[in-house]
Design a protein around this ligand. Structure first.
Ligand SMILES: [Zn+2]
Ligand SMILES: [Zn+2]
Length: 391
């Protein structure tokens, strides 16, 4: 079968001492420290055979994520850009859906023909973090699309215990194919859900919410804020196409922060003006530019409010902790989307028509054009791009 595979040479960067687990498994906690001469290519590999506790999925959709764009090219020392957990070679694609075409002999809750999605972050269930319920912080984490073969392929396997049914989406979207394209967007929605409602603790209906960034996570956050009863949603984004998409999914106001600064004001002043000086009960940070956003956010969150940190940045963030202390602000940080019953909640929100990720699915691509899709995502040309390897 055809698959888009990331590969590189294992060669610790000068001055970097790999950890015990990194050496033992030839895996990287941060890929950019260890993988040299990276490549991303369509390859021919055999269709995987499901183990006793796994299902074989014929991939319906595999959505392109910002992290996939970091497998393109190399830095000035010819190292991988991707700074997250990975083990190469690997078929990338961690936001996917598919039709079950084969089940292992111990699989009980899925049958051939069922439509499914699978959690990307696969916790071991045994380490201290997993036993504390923090599966996204697992010490022995495996990640589909980073350390296990992912969705940019005609088929992939996933453990039954990480899979969920999405057959209900066919009624909403009219066809199996469209339902699977949308189901590939459960993962990014679940990332936003985890940050806002699980780690972040949510907000009361009638609260105001600010969202920084209208990429797929920020757009998901905007949709979720609307569904959760936010009074006013104020989204900040610089790309015009994404600004429009933010309005489409429920933002009441959308601003380009650069334009505000050019006009002599700022995002925080704008938020305070629009909320009668109260500010927002929750600010969602979903950019790669925390050093710019947090100094604004700390001034706009209301007393007792929450910052939900979801975006990832390679640089340090300046924080005026006194502002946060004086207002009793909670700064909650999250990564990933697994556990906590998040995926079933997201699937029900989509199946119930409360949110519609289809509003920002900009374009579908064939697997042969996967690189083109990833490059389009890198240029921030729209909302979400989805690769459909089997149609
Ligand atoms: Zn992702
Ligand atoms: Zn674990």
């Amino acid at each position: 079968m055809k698959a888009l595979q990331a590969n590189a040479e294992w060669k610790p960067r000068k001055g970097y001492q790999p950890t015990e687990r990194e050496i033992r498994d030839k895996r990287a906690g941060m890929g950019n420290n260890l993988f040299c001469h990276p490549s991303l290519k369509l390859v021919d590999i055999s269709v995987p055979v499901p183990k006793d506790d796994e299902v074989l999925l014929k991939v319906g959709g595999a959505a392109v994520c910002g992290s996939d764009t970091m497998f393109l090219g190399a830095d000035e020392e010819d190292y991988l850009y991707y700074c997250g957990h990975c083990r190469l070679p690997v078929v990338i694609g961690h936001e996917f859906s598919g039709e079950v075409v084969q089940v292992g002999k111990n699989v009980k809750t899925f049958r051939t023909g069922d439509l499914a999605v699978a959690e990307t972050m696969n916790g071991c269930g045994e380490c201290a973090a997993c036993r504390a319920g923090l599966v996204n912080q697992c010490e022995n984490l495996e990640e589909i699309g980073f350390t296990l073969n992912g969705g940019y392929a005609e088929y992939l396997v996933a453990k039954e215990k990480f899979c969920f049914h999405v057959d209900d989406l066919v009624q909403v979207y009219g066809s199996k194919e469209r339902a699977l394209e949308i189901a590939a967007m459960v993962e990014p929605t679940a990332v936003a859900y985890n940050g806002m409602f699980v780690r972040g603790g949510g907000f009361l209906p009638g609260g105001n919410v600010a969202i920084f960034g209208a990429g797929p996570i920020g757009l998901s956050a905007t949709s979720l804020a609307k569904a959760a009863g936010a009074a006013k949603i104020i989204t900040f984004e610089k790309e015009p196409v994404r600004m429009k998409l933010a309005r489409d999914v429920g933002a009441d106001h959308v601003f380009d922060p650069d334009e505000l600064f050019a006009a002599g004001t700022s995002p925080s002043e704008k938020v305070l003006e629009l909320t009668g000086g109260i500010g927002v009960e929750m600010a969602v940070e979903a950019t790669h530019h925390q050093a710019e956003t947090i100094p604004e956010i700390e001034q706009m969150v209301s007393v007792g409010g929450t910052i939900a940190q979801i975006g990832i940045s390679p640089v340090r963030t300046p924080i005026m902790s006194t502002y946060l202390q004086k207002k009793g602000i909670n700064y909650h940080c999250s990564i990933g989307s697994s556990g906590h019953d998040i995926w079933p909640h997201v699937i029900r929100l989509i199946a119930g028509g409360r949110i519609d990720p289809g509003k920002f699915l900009s374009k579908c691509f064939r697997l042969e054009n996967a690189i083109e899709a990833i490059e389009a995502a890198e240029r921030l040309e729209g909302g979400k791009f989805v690769i459909t390897p089997n149609w």
